[in-house]
Design a protein around this ligand. Sequence first.
Ligand code: NAP
Ligand code: F7E
Length: 352
Amino acid sequence: MSKIAFITGVTGQDGSYLSELLLSKDYEVHGMIRRQSTNCTQRIEHIIDNKNFVLHYGDMSDSHNLTELIGKIKPDEVYNLAAQSHVGTSFEVPEYTAEVTGVGTIKLLEAIRQVKPDTKFYQASTSELFGGIPETAPQSEKTPFYPKSPYGAAKLYSYWVTVNYREAYNIFACNGILFNHESPRRGTDFVTRKITTSIAKIMNGTLDKISLGNLNAKRDWGFAGDYVEGMWLILQNDKPDDFVLATGETHTVREFVEAAFDEVGIKIEWRGTGIEEKGYCVKTGKLLVEVNPKFFRPAEVDLLLGNPSKAENILGWKRKTTFKDLVKMMVAEDLSNVKQSYPPPRNFPELG
Ligand code: NAP
Ligand code: F7E
């Protein structure tokens, strides 16, 4: 008998990679999508006709719908990936973020508790929980939490209700505390993909320069394809538990910019400091990167660096893709996207 998985957030970056992984393991995969006026299935278009892949309309704000879906699908495993996942945007829509990214989780856990309590539950927790205490890096499962955004605070609630439903009701409920993971499918308003899509546009002459916020922020960036394998392993463990997934390496946004331009043969020279800092092409002197304070956040997480030892030792999980290979993959894919479509896809860099 195939196992049955239910994924919320199936149309997102991680949902698409996780669906592929579970289908390759002969799961019957059910995904929840929101009704939207435009097509939101771009990342799962290539698997949508698979007979083991089933989509259902739903929303994290609708508890009746979630309860009905759990009753209908009767999943062995639930992966709760749905969220308003953009940290910067959470300062603009804090209440909505709390509803979807926070309260949505307890709606789903309640549906499981009431309808099918033997379901294994994965919660997409985040390194944003660690937030603002740089001196605690590298961060592990034992590091205290100090979220620095409405997104982080909403995820903190979801983290603890997951632990609580495990302890109170004996549900196999787990948190994956994942550090940043990226891919060619990453939303274009996250900094890595904003940089790689912008470089592709600069190369085909449709953009002059990239405008960014805080170049000094440090992130532990891995490849999303490696991380969904870790999500699955967390639910295959012999007992429910919480795990950090990370690379154990950290880089500044500035370093990501340098590495990405390096892929197209451009060396960046930085001049100036603070909001006056600018990046120029060493060879031509052309201005390619500028700082725009509108991309600063009201509060910032300065340094994320994860310690994945527990996942490595207990689950045998380890990231496979290096930072350099991740950057290479993302730049190459965006270059080929702009070559294939003219005009190139819109990426709203002014909003990211
Ligand atoms: P993503 O690309 O932004 O995908 C988010 C998904 O949630 C999309 O499918 C989106 O649907 C769905 N969604 C948003 N609001 C919803 C609602 N009200 N009801 C139902 N679905 C809703 O995020 P991701 O990068 O794949 O991340 C997956 C999860 O891991 C998120 O919970 C994120 O917060 C968490 N996380 C991500 C990272 C990372 O570095 N990527 C690190 C740690 C944790 P639409 O397509 O309709 O918008
Ligand atoms: O920002 C800085 C920004 O938006 C990374 C989500 O998946 O990972 C993600 O959250 C850093 C921040 O990701 C721009 O200030 C500079 O310091 O790519 P990001 P994030 O905020 O780390 C965590 C783990 C999650 O859980 C989240 O769901 O880059 N930065 N300039 C910029 N960021 C953006 N977006 N745009 C800029 O222009």
